[in-house]
Design a protein around this ligand. Structure first.
Ligand code: NAP
Length: 295
């Protein structure tokens, strides 16, 4: 086996200490299970205790990995250091792989945004919390010259998709943070990836406040929701598999990049040949901004 193939062997993840936010359902659940199958120890974080308990039970009954539920609201930024301390105590060492997946969506119309509370909530959940988590685990990763940080991003970071202003701005901020993270940590053993998963069939649009009540009757918003709900879906397993393969270290050329699982990048990661080229930010889309309703 050549070196590149060896690098993407999932066995290389065995025993790694992994924290997944939003691990209770959707993409995070699939990612947590994929890393557990690869032999990682998994800390599952989200607010809904029953959901993370269920993931932990599933992991314990189907794999030999260690898993524990850490019920926590990631918007409680000042409590993140304590969360990391508790997770690392349980793991018996520093977190080696951080998956920033927990997030919320928001469909809204600018003309209906009469207060900034929801804007702030989206920013705190999708941008400030992942950044605070990264900042908290980074010093140990740098000391050990080893660590992988993956954030589940969105195409909204690079396309002008109307009626998604707070979500798009939060995801753009996180992408730029990954760029700077790469620039600051280059050559120090840290890999970071901003993964655009494509459309995945999850509950993200069903949760409370995902659609602004003030904009419910807005024609453009109604059409946008219908288009989003009708988009072709990628299987959630693709995101999980891509994250695990990136964490194996065979595609480090992608570190600091926007990794688009709607594009050829997925085929390259899947093929395991370790020769992935850096990708352009952009390209064909299942959901073109121009297909969305402008008033
Ligand atoms: N589904 C898609 O098509 C799609 C496309 C592009 C990007 N994404 C991104 O993928 C990620 C996962 O979304 P999903 O589609 O899997 O949605 P989902 O099914 O709604 O899952 C979101 C997860 O995040 C957790 N979460 C939300 N707010 C949290 C908070 N304050 N503290 C802790 N955990 C929190 C949720 O748990 P609790 O509510 O129990 O806390 C849940 O476990 C998000 O970052 C999203 O932006 C999704």
């Amino acid at each position: 086996m050549d070196e590149a193939k060896e690098n993407v062997n999932l066995h290389s993840l065995c025993g790694r200490k992994v924290l997944v936010t939003g691990a209770g359902r959707g993409i995070g659940r699939a990612v947590a299970i994929e890393f557990a199958r690869a032999g990682c120890n998994i800390a599952c974080v989200s607010r809904t205790q029953e959901e993370i308990d269920d993931v932990v039970s599933y992991v314990r009954s189907t794999t030999s990995a260690k898993a524990k539920a850490f019920p926590f609201d990631i918007t409680r930024i000042s409590e993140i250091p304590r969360l990391i301390e508790q997770v690392e105590q349980w793991m018996g060492g520093p977190i080696e792989i951080l998956i920033n997946n927990g997030g919320i969506a928001r469909i809204e119309a600018l003309e209906c945004q009469i207060d900034m509370d929801h804007w702030q909530k989206v920013m705190t959940t999708n941008l400030t919390a992942p950044v605070a988590l990264i900042n908290q685990v980074l010093p140990n990763m740098l000391t050990r010259q080893y660590g992988t940080i993956i954030s589940i991003g969105s195409r909204n970071a690079i396309y002008n998709i109307p009626f998604t202003s707070s979500y798009s701005v939060s995801k753009t901020g996180l992408l730029r943070f990954h760029h700077i993270l790469e620039a600051e940590t280059l050559g120090q053993g840290i890999c970071n990836y901003y993964v655009q998963p494509g459309n995945i069939d999850t509950k993200i649009l069903d949760v409370s406040n995902a659609i602004d009540a003030n904009a419910m009757n807005h024609d453009g918003v109604i059409r946008a929701i219908n288009i989003l709900r009708g988009c072709p879906r990628n299987p959630v397993e693709r995101v999980a598999e891509a994250c695990a393969k990136l964490a194996c270290g065979g595609h480090t050329v992608l570190s600091g990049s926007y990794v688009d699982l709607d594009q050829d990048t997925w085929g390259q990661i899947k093929s395991d040949n370790g020769s992935v080229s850096p990708i352009a930010e952009g390209g064909g889309l299942a959901l073109e901004a121009s297909n969305l309703p402008f008033k």
